[in-house]
Design a protein around this ligand. Structure first.
Ligand SMILES: [Zn+2]
Length: 263
């Protein structure tokens, strides 16, 4: 599922294929993917315009149009971007297809339709209206503000995944961060020592930055990362113990029962 490092890779891809190119037309293939306006209105917003820049907040990607408005994209569980050359080669599950005047197309693909696209006049306003926390890698998110944002009650993993606390972390990267910090995902936030919480904070920054530098491609991750082989029956890349799983609101967490202790 696309989390902050994946969306950072989509952003790079978007900039490579879409920036500064005049849009000839846009086609919404499934109107249910569009929120806040109609599919026709969205197509009109894009046609004849061009993308000037992009930015990211957590799991959201924003693309600035010449009109001053922004296309926003959320990728849900299965979304990604895909450039293609001719209408005949449009990828399966394309939900929005953008045709450029100089030839070539960009598709927003989303098989399970759990993400959405829309238009906003102001990304900052949008972020506020959604009550999103700061991006996990925002330099202004230092340890003190991280600590303050965490709830006193509840477990650490769901707190890291709560977009209102910090934006950008989902199931996979919260597992990775807690693995590197040596903290069991079910540990109560309030019972983690200040020293250990600082390690969680530092590992959060480190794991996400590493993932972004590697374009979120698990095959390129260092060998001591869970992400390379997180599946049923896998063993810990550090100590060789069989990984265990736990359910958090329907999502499966992986952890090493030896490296990650409940404090
Ligand atoms: Zn281990």
């Amino acid at each position: 599922m696309p989390e902050m490092p994946d969306v950072a890779a989509f952003r790079k891809y978007f900039e490579t294929y879409a920036l500064k190119r005049k849009i000839a037309s846009a086609g919404v293939r499934n109107p249910k993917i569009v929120r806040g306006l109609t599919a026709k209105e969205l197509e009109k917003e894009l046609a004849g315009d061009r993308f000037l820049s992009s930015r990211q907040h957590g799991k959201y990607l924003f693309a600035e149009l010449d009109s001053g408005r922004w296309l926003l994209m959320h990728f849900g569980m299965t979304g990604f971007l895909d450039a293609f050359d001719s209408p005949g080669s449009e990828p399966e599950y394309t939900r929005l297809s953008i045709a450029f005047e100089d030839g070539g197309f960009l598709a927003y693909v989303n098989a399970r339709m759990l993400g959405w696209i829309g238009i906003t006049g102001d990304p900052e306003e949008f972020i506020k209206s959604r009550d999103l926390g700061p991006s996990a890698l925002d330099p202004s998110l230092d340890f003190e503000s991280f600590k303050k944002r965490l709830p006193a009650r509840g477990e650490i993993k769901p707190a890291l995944m709560n977009q209102r606390i910090i934006a950008g972390i989902g199931n996979i990267y919260s597992d990775e961060i807690l693995f590197h910090a040596g903290v069991h995902p079910k540990t109560k936030v309030g019972s983690i020592s200040e020293e250990r919480l600082r390690v969680v904070f530092e590992k959060m920054k480190e794991v996400l930055q590493t993932a972004i530098d590697l374009d979120a491609d698990p095959a390129r991750f260092p060998e001591n990362h869970l992400l390379r082989g997180r599946r049923k029956g896998a063993t810990c890349p550090v100590c060789g113990t069989r990984l265990e799983t736990a359910k958090f609101s329907g999502r499966t967490a992986y952890f090493c029962p030896r490296c990650q202790q409940v404090s």
